[in-house]
Design a protein. Structure first.
Ligand code: SF4
Length: 133
């Protein structure tokens, strides 16, 4: 079985993108590196052959920042099988009133939010990996 692709949007300029990237990194590097791997969204967008090959027909999880859903849409357009879609903005809504940080740094509350999002994504990775085993 090939590893599940976890792809954060990594949007620039707003805290949403930073939250999505940090959550994606935590899942792929710390929480379940044996089951999933990150793919750079920019490489998929530029139709890089290696990146396209790694996505096409493969199980993907999009970790987007906001309702624009750039990662999910790009993965679907590139032929990825997007089995789960997460949005950092939904995690932030659960922490209304807390300051998560900016597009360049996370506060302690922001790190907590990205950790929470990463936990949700890693649970989905484990569930999908079990289904595909
Ligand atoms: S999903 Fe939102 S935060 Fe992420 S790249 Fe797109 S517009 Fe930016």
């Amino acid at each position: 079985m090939s590893k599940i692709k976890v792809v954060p949007c990594s949007g620039i300029g707003k805290v949403f993108g930073l939250l999505s990237r940090e959550a994606g990194l935590k899942v792929t590097k710390e929480l379940c590196p044996e089951l999933c791997e990150a793919v750079c969204l920019a490489r998929v967008m530029t139709v890089d052959d290696d990146a396209k090959e790694s996505i096409e027909g493969k199980t993907c999880i999009a970790v987007d920042g906001c309702p624009k859903m750039c990662a999910a849409k790009t993965l679907e357009a590139a032929g990825g099988v997007v089995k789960a879609k997460f949005r950092a903005v939904d995690t932030m809504r659960l922490h209304r009133g807390e300051d998560a940080g900016t597009g360049t740094f996370l506060t302690d509350a922001g790190w907590n939010m990205s950790g929470e999002l990463a936990e949700q994504v890693s649970e989905k990775v484990k569930e999908l990996a079990k289904e595909e085993a």
